[in-house]
Design a protein around this ligand. Structure first.
Ligand code: FEO
Length: 400
């Protein structure tokens, strides 16, 4: 059965949900599923803003067919060639043989890499700032390279100021009927997943996100239609502000993320003792994670949110405990900056993990190590309490 919703005059949401998916990109857990947005503009010409993932192709085709009501589909605008938005391109061309695929040079290059079918006769190549007039609605294309793939292109609908923003401003999580961010308790229900989506999928490309935000300045935006998550039509500055902070790697809040790895609970104990010391000093927002248990995407998301980070891990095979190494690698790959860090290393013989974590952090831009690594041998000893209290003092001081 078709399932659509009008979001503005002549513009309809025609997307779909996937709650069966376990991991987005087969990598990130999505316990609440994923929403894939597509939008259909019914004007003198008809245009579909992006296609969809294979899991929702049938729903998309049904939605589009219902709304077209016998008309043909003239354009498919391709903002992003990742397969979660492109799996139905070939089928759409089969159903609508006159369909023009609107993309840029790179979109078509990627299309040919992904799909062996020759679709060249459908191509309509556009460049940055080109426009496409559909009748009452004109789309202006705004290249947004590396937000988060190189071919990404926003479309700005000029008559109403609607921004079709590709993956930008998106979120993990399927929708539950309501489609607008202002209809739902966004901060309670989606903000953490929007941050986890941003930090893990787009986080590396802060500079490019900043460029895209600057490029859009001066255009009145009345609505943001992302490819994932709810649509923004009110309080748009809220999500723009979040993107501005995230892309400049500026912490949203004072707080401490404590990420620890622990083989037999001794490093974990030290992390807990430190957490209690921080709590005793009035730190309210402390988030603790066992790196062996929690998927790094959640920890990365909290690192984007908070000002301070404590990493605690044992030495393993003369190196670093692997789940901690994964987290540090991820932090580096995602370009995390401007965090104040402390380290707790452990080792029964030859404890090296503290120094190794320090070395990792030194390679991560603009991270400040606020104290030398605190090292325990096998377990925290009573005579180390004072030194750990000093570390707690230094962390609290750094939060001022
Ligand atoms: Fe939602 Fe980058 O694909």
């Amino acid at each position: 059965m078709h399932n659509t919703k009008m979001i503005a005059q002549d513009i309809h949401w025609v997307g779909g949900q996937d709650r069966r998916i376990e991991r987005f990109e087969n990598l990130f857990p999505v316990p609440n599923g994923v929403n894939y947005n597509c939008y259909l503009i019914l004007d003198e010409k008809t245009a579909l803003m992006d296609s969809i993932d294979a899991s929702a192709t049938e729903q998309l085709l049904e939605n589009v067919s219902e709304l077209l009501n016998g008309r043909t589909l003239d354009y498919l605008v391709i903002s992003h060639m990742e397969p979660d938005h492109c799996a139905s391109i070939v089928q759409l061309c089969q159903v609508y043989p006159e369909l023009k695929l609107v993309g840029n040079k790179k979109s078509f290059q990627f299309m040919e890499q992904f799909y062996e079918v020759d679709l060249k006769s459908h191509y309509q190549e556009v460049k940055d700032s080109d426009t496409l007039c559909l009748g009452q609605h004109t789309l202006r294309f705004v290249y947004a390279p590396l937000v988060h793939w190189p071919e990404v292109m926003f479309s700005y609908e000029e008559s109403k100021g609607i921004l079709f923003s590709a993956d930008a401003f998106g979120s993990f999580g399927a929708l539950n009927g309501n489609i607008f961010a202002d209809e739902i308790p966004f901060e309670k229900q989606y903000l953490n997943e929007a941050r986890r989506y941003y930090s893990n999928i787009v986080g590396k490309f802060g500079v490019q996100v900043q460029s895209a935000i600057k490029k859009l300045a001066g255009n009145e935006i009345s609505m943001i239609c992302s490819l994932h998550g709810p649509i923004w039509r009110k309080n748009i500055d809220f999500i723009l502000g979040k993107y501005d902070s995230w892309s400049r790697y500026i912490p949203e809040e004072n707080g401490v993320v404590i990420a620890y790895g622990s083989m037999y609970g001794n490093t974990e104990n030290c992390a807990h003792v430190l957490a209690t010391m921080l709590a005793n000093r009035g730190v309210n927002d402390i988030r603790m994670y066992d790196v062996s248990k929690t998927h790094p995407s959640y920890i990365i998301s909290d690192i984007f949110q908070f000002s301070n980070l404590v990493l605690a891990a044992p030495t393993y095979n003369s190196g670093l405990y692997l789940p901690m190494e994964t987290l540090l690698h991820d932090m580096s790959a995602l370009n995390i900056q401007n965090r104040k860090c402390a380290i707790i290393g452990n080792g029964t013989w030859g404890p090296r993990s503290g120094e190794l974590m320090k070395k990792y952090l030194e390679g991560i831009k603009n991270t400040e190590l606020i104290a030398d690594p605190f090292v325990i041998k096998s377990s925290l000893q009573n005579d180390q309490r004072e030194e750990l209290e000093a570390l707690a003092d230094a962390i609290v001081e750094s939060m001022k």
